[in-house]
Design a protein around this ligand. Sequence first.
Ligand code: PGA
Ligand code: ZN
Length: 420
Amino acid sequence: MAEIKRVEATEILDCRLEPTLRVTVATDKTVGRADVPCGRSRGRHEAVDLRDGGDRYDGLGVQSAVENVEERIAPVLIGHDVLQQRLLDELMIELDGTPQKSNLGGNATTGVSLAILKCAANDREVPLYKYIGGANAHTLPVPFFDLIEGGELAAGELAFQEHQIVPTGAESFSDAVQISAEVYYELGDQLAANYGVRSRNVGFEGGYTPGDMADPRDAFEAELQAIAELGYEDKFMLAADVAATHFYDEDAETYELMGKAYTRGELIDFYEKLTDTYPIVSLEDPLGEADFDGFQTLTDALDIQVIGDDLFVTDPDRLQHGIDQGAANALLLKVNQVGTVTEALDAASMAFRHGYGVQVSERSGQTPDTWLADLAVGLDAGQIKTGVTRSERTEQYNRILEIESNDTGSEYAAGLPGYQ
Ligand code: PGA
Ligand code: ZN
């Protein structure tokens, strides 16, 4: 038995210079250390990020979460076998006792849960993705590159949050990264020429933020132009994280898009035209986070991948509801939305069992910790989104490149399940 001897946490900083946690779990033989990501465009039903309030770090400090790890969680876990991920996560869930982990903090439980996972993989002396996925874990995910940012992630006019390019036609993961980087450079030149040099400024995920661009169709046009300039038309599809909750007016029950109010039906019509016009393979959160009925109608109407992010918040109960109703056909997987590895893996298994796709996702607040990359490969999810530039993003790509070069049995996912 690999007995847990130590559980410790430190307040560190994410890529936005905002506090988050680094948690260490150790046995006599080995150590696992994991950083907790933080969302900005958060769903209402997510696990709660415990913050200190007060003046320190403008209220964002996580000393109370650190204290919860060391004073409340550690005594319950110490002495148990680090390989018992499920039992350990259940002990934390029980100790917390609230639906959204508001007692201990979802950030505290996420950090401990991930550190347990990494410590256990180290104890077994296997790469993290192999510990997660077993002997057959081998699929290198298709990366969704958020080249143009809007919504909560940027200061521009675009309502859609992420306008992504998707290298479904790449030959390998390294080819996917290479050609996407080339499109990124080309797009930067074109945006600077057409929308001014400030367009090269980047948002929270390292994608461009063209100041005067307000129409998502202009973003897709610009991306297609850059793709065409390089002769890569057969290698890319497009996608978006709409994050529609953030431009939904609850009182009027309309979506505020480009200065116009759209009803749900009008917005679905807009998407139908959009997907007829552009090679869009996937839309994330195209409607508000409470609108299961709307998601069902839209999923029936469009022959593309429809991902639930704020809709499901990686919560097996909300996902089950969606599956029962036929709302969306894919899950966005963010471990800290639900607060433990076990619950996130349960959501992933449930999605796979019901033919739902799974896209493993970063948060806009990240650190260079690469457990995310291993999770995507370990689950054979076939899809990852982890932003574009800066080390907290590129380290995820670098980790998958490393797996590709070390593991001759690995294989690029190419295409998307059912939507090639
Ligand atoms: P977040 O947003 O990480 O800021 O919550 C990303 C997303 O909506 O997918
Ligand atoms: Zn999203």
